[in-house]
Design a protein around this ligand. Structure first.
Ligand code: SF4
Length: 232
């Protein structure tokens, strides 16, 4: 299995753990604010294969406390990802998975087999604005809704998160998201940050005050809603 990136140590990607982050190329969405746009069409060269990754993880036993797998969309790898997750578990590492929620069956397989300790799922925007926020003309939201409902069953630790862009989100976005995932255990509003790799030029981060307003709206439905990337 091809691995398209490896950050050997991070304190940011797996809550409460010193982890490495594994990047898997390929994504079924085309979010115009994507931070990993070079990964989404899956054409960047691989940096290693899963055998080399597992050898690295074996060497780091006792130093790393977890493995975060991100993309792209990792669940596009299907059975290959399940097999990798089993090997990572066999090495004693808990796994954190980032997902856009478009493959609920594959997500359920990982959860049912106890292969994932923490899942971070994107909620891109309100249902009405979802397709546009994902860079698509139309989109069947049913799989995303199914993944969100699956996480809210609470069989594994999870968070929902929304990368918040001034040109794509407003109060109504967070009202509709709040109605959708009302009562979620954890929900983070992350401030968009621009980078050279973001495919669409012209997006901006909301102000800190706007972010706090959006959090207040979200908290009407999700009392634990929090901000990331905002000075308090
Ligand atoms: S789902 Fe994630 S990786 Fe895929 S295009 Fe959107 S932001 Fe990028």
């Amino acid at each position: 299995m091809k691995i398209h990136g490896l950050q050997k140590m991070t304190l940011l990607d797996f809550p409460g753990k010193v982890a490495c982050t594994v990047f898997l190329g390929g994504c079924d969405l085309r979010c115009p604010f994507c931070h990993n746009a070079e990964l989404i069409d899956g054409t960047v060269p691989a940096v290693m294969d899963s055998t080399e990754l597992l050898a690295f993880l074996k060497k780091r036993q006792g130093l790393l406390e977890g493995v975060a797998v991100t993309g792209g969309e990792p669940l596009l790898r299907g059975d290959e990802l399940t097999e990798l997750a089993e090997r990572i578990r066999d090495l004693g590492y808990p796994l954190k998975l980032d997902t856009n929620g478009t493959h609920p069956d594959r997500l359920r397989t990982l959860i049912d087999h106890g292969l994932v300790a923490y899942i971070a799922m994107d909620i891109k925007n309100s249902p009405e604005r979802y397709a546009r926020t994902c860079g698509l003309e139309t989109m069947d939201l049913a799989p995303v809704r199914e993944s969100a409902a699956l996480l809210m069953e609470g069989k594994t630790e999870y968070e929902f998160r929304t990368t918040t862009v001034a040109e794509l989100h407003d109060e109504e976005s967070f009202r509709k998201i709040g109605e959708w995932i009302r009562g979620a255990k954890r929900y983070f509003l992350q401030k968009f940050t621009d980078r050279d790799t973001v495919p669409f030029e012209g997006f901006h981060a909301p102000s800190d005050e706007q972010m706090k307003l959006y959090r207040a709206v979200a908290r009407e439905y999700i009392p634990g809603a929090e901000l990331r990337g905002v000075e308090e």
